[in-house]
Design a protein around this ligand. Structure first.
Ligand SMILES: [Zn+2]
Length: 431
């Protein structure tokens, strides 16, 4: 006990000492950024040094006042036009800078300081969260018979977190959003399949909230899209990753997972909310089942990409990505290429390449669902039908004539737009 209290006293002294050091230093308020998501607006102030601040709300008209201690305003802050904040005002005296955000309506703001990470310095974050409607929380979803399978597509990074930055300045967060939207269109064009986009604009969602959104809608699959950088510009190609509980399949996979897992601290999350976590035992049990399905789904996408797009190394790996830790939704992370490689960076901006890439991902996802259909789905009903797994040397016309049907019927049942078939592809045949 004595040791503990001694330690506490020591910590207290350190804290006192730190406060003194901090207040002696003047912090410059350098700039402000604003990101708006569907359910929140986030304002981020860049501050040159750590400092104290006070935040309070005022009504009539609604506003938030932030007093930043021993600070200086470096420039006139300008706020980009946005939905929730009408404008910003400021005043300065010897002790502090007062920032006033004029709001469109009353909010209960949340605020916190972020320590420097990556290319960012100290930041003060103010979140204005929209109240979630009660209806959204309590409505029990009834899953209809013969429903579509639901694929949640997560565009990596966003908002305060640009992700990796390419040699010619491309932001990963923009590449991932574009690919996610194209992929969603292709999935929606498939009979029996439906897509939901987890992030559809330039804002940050914390890693655990990404899969939580998918779970809330009872998605059947979660696909996180990325295009990361590596320290060597020569590294290129796409790869599919699934969760590993036991460590990474390669050094590169570990490195990637570590860098992805830092996204929260860059994007602006400080406290990990564990209150709603399932008990660890339950979590492990259901996660094992989800991991088995994740493996099947990941392999199906990998097989569809193989020979069609350049893969990185083996093209399939495992590592401890937080965003893949959904306890019950099969999940994968697709590195669509390395933005740090000039050829990949160019490809990731090319419409033709993105078209090919997303077509193959769709084929892979579709093959997975036909091989392992969730119960009571339209695809499960089809999967009871006669099927043929394409072998080496098979053509569509040969398969059709062997089974007493024609190419057009097979194409229609399988939602195919051309006559090419792939080894391993599952084709459904008329009964
Ligand atoms: Zn990434």
């Amino acid at each position: 006990m004595r040791i503990v209290s001694g330690l506490m006293r020591f910590t207290y002294l350190c804290a006192l000492l730190m406060t003194t050091v901090v207040t002696a230093k003047t912090a410059d308020i350098e700039s402000v950024r604003v990101w708006s998501g569907p359910d929140h607006t986030r304002a981020v102030f860049d501050i040159s040094a750590q400092t104290d601040y006070k935040l309070f709300e005022l009504n009539n008209p609604p506003r938030v006042v932030i007093d930043v201690a021993s600070a200086r305003l470096k420039t006139q802050l300008e706020l980009p036009k946005n939905r929730d904040i009408k404008g910003i005002r400021f005043s300065e005296n010897k002790e502090r800078v007062r920032l006033v955000l004029d709001l469109e309506k009353d909010f209960k703001p949340k605020s916190f300081l972020l320590k420097p990470t990556g290319k960012y310095g100290h930041r003060l974050v103010v979140d204005l969260n929209h109240e979630q409607s009660q209806e959204q929380k309590t409505v029990e979803q009834v899953m209809p018979e013969n429903r579509d399978v639901l694929v949640a597509i997560d565009a990596g990074h966003g908002g305060e977190d640009p992700g990796a930055i390419g040699a010619s300045g491309t932001y990963e967060k923009e590449i991932t959003l574009n690919i996610a939207k194209t992929l969603a269109q292709k999935i929606n064009a498939q009979k029996g399949m439906q897509a939901m986009i987890i992030r559809d604009g330039d804002y940050y969602i914390k890693l655990r909230d990404r899969f939580k959104k998918a779970r809330d809608k009872r998605a059947d699959l979660f696909v996180s899209i990325h295009a990361d950088a590596f320290h060597s510009a020569s590294v290129n190609g796409a790869s599919v990753y699934v969760l590993s509980q036991r460590g990474a399949s390669s050094e590169a996979a570990k490195w990637l997972a570590d860098s992805e897992n830092q996204a929260d601290s860059i994007g602006g999350v400080i406290i990990e909310d564990k209150r709603d976590m399932l008990s660890q035992v339950l979590y492990d049990l259901s996660q094992n089942a989800a991991m088995e399905e994740s493996h099947k789904a990941g392999q199906a996408v990998y097989a569809a990409l193989k020979n069609k797009v350049k893969l990185h190394g083996r093209g399939f790996g495992q590592a401890a990505f937080i965003v893949l830790k959904s306890p019950d939704v099969p999940s994968m992370l697709i590195e669509t290429g390395y933005i740090s490689n000039p050829d990949d960076e160019k490809n990731l901006k090319s419409t033709a390449h993105i078209d090919k890439l997303t077509t193959q991902i769709t084929v892979g996802i579709r093959n997975y669902f036909y091989q392992s259909p969730p119960p009571r789905t339209w695809i499960a009903a089809q999967a009871k039908a006669k099927k043929h797994v394409v072998q080496s040397g098979d053509t569509l016309s040969a398969i059709a004539s062997r089974n007493g049907t024609n190419i057009d019927t097979i194409k229609s049942i399988n939602n195919k737009s051309n006559n090419s078939v792939m080894i391993g592809e599952v084709l459904f045949l008329p009964q």
